[in-house]
Design a protein around this ligand. Sequence first.
Ligand SMILES: [Zn+2]
Ligand SMILES: [Zn+2]
Length: 459
Amino acid sequence: MADKRVCKTCKEAKDLNEDNFRLRKSGRNKGRFERQCRTCENKSRSQRRRHKPLEECNSNYTFESQVKTEITKDDLTGTLTANITSVGVPVDPIEFLENQGIDTEKYTLTGGKLKCWTSPMKLRNEKGEEVPSAIKNFSVSAAIAPKKIDPIEFGLQEYQWSPPQSRHKSCDRKSIDHETVLVFPDSHFGYRSVNGQLVPTHDPDILEASLKFVDAINPHRIIFLGDTMDFPEFGRHPHGIDVKGHTSKSLEAAISFFHDLREITDCPIDVLEGNHDKRPISFIQEEIKKLAEVPGLKIELPSLSRMLGFKDKNITYHSDPTEEGWDAYSSGNNIFDHRGVLYLHGEKCGKDAVIKTMNHYMQSVCMGHIHKSVCIPKVVPVIKNGRRSYKTIWAISPGFIGSLDTVLPAPGAERDYQQGLTLINHINKSGDWHEVDTIPTPIHIVNKNIFYSGELYAT
Ligand SMILES: [Zn+2]
Ligand SMILES: [Zn+2]
């Protein structure tokens, strides 16, 4: 069956070919089909030109045209206003702006006015006698504003899905003296080559085993440490296989995973932004730089939360790390402090990065990004009520839940990654959640098997 595409304007599904959709000849989307079908595209083009005077302004005389123009620019909104007055011939403002070297494809017509009036004038006939006559005048003013860039143009879709009925309900819980947090490390949905074919899920067996594990332990909260997606299409690493057009398939795989997870539990889920999750945003920000000549250009950045439809599903997305601070991924909104443990994605590699981060904050930290399993305690002194005592803080990294036999992040990169999850138990002894004991348990995944408390969880 032929590939179909739904036109973003008329919403009709049409065969994906050049008869129905125009092929882009230049720009970033070069070689891709437009998202609007040819019929709608032609319609909007003819609408743009509808200000052109036709019959009612037809002039019986031909004169050499005299065109007076003025183009003003609002620097704040980027709106261009062109005022054109012409004698004898009407002027299409869009065509006029194009002739001025303005790429009107980047703009939308936001207003336009056409005036047409007759003024008396005298012409002489062959005998040299004066003949009372009239001349047509035209005046056009048009305002065009910079177009809004839609991430969907870059193949980034916004998903909506309804959460299913969950088997385990948070409201059924009675315990208030302990809390179990299950931490998922980097999953890097998307981009794995199996016999030369791209598959959107990295390690489906581990994901399935993890879901069985969630069902069995029924955690109070689940935290994802970032790099949920891989997004190779927007990355800077060269790839041995063509990853073009793979993004939507991996997004769908991730949504289906979160849907399955919601089928099990309705507990709060936190998802941190990782450097890979941010790739489409960085890419579009680069595109903005290219479009710098269009002031006021409005761009909605493709947050992973929108792309995975997290809204209203009790899934909180922690993103937008500031570029300042100790490092870009352990500052700002991208640190989630829960019961004294700092959850962050991190941006430095190697197991030492977790220990350094713990020493930097002098607090327990749970970090992704390094793809290695770490769980190291440190005893530190604390002064309480003027007395010196000790507490244990932890450097934790669950590992990786992507596949080990892949080229990630790039061909040739070190990839002795370790698969695993981590359970963090908080025990509230004094009735005050500020005073808790934190007990992390690393859960190693070996040969696609999860062992915990004498049980095996596997596909
Ligand atoms: Zn990362
Ligand atoms: Zn990662």
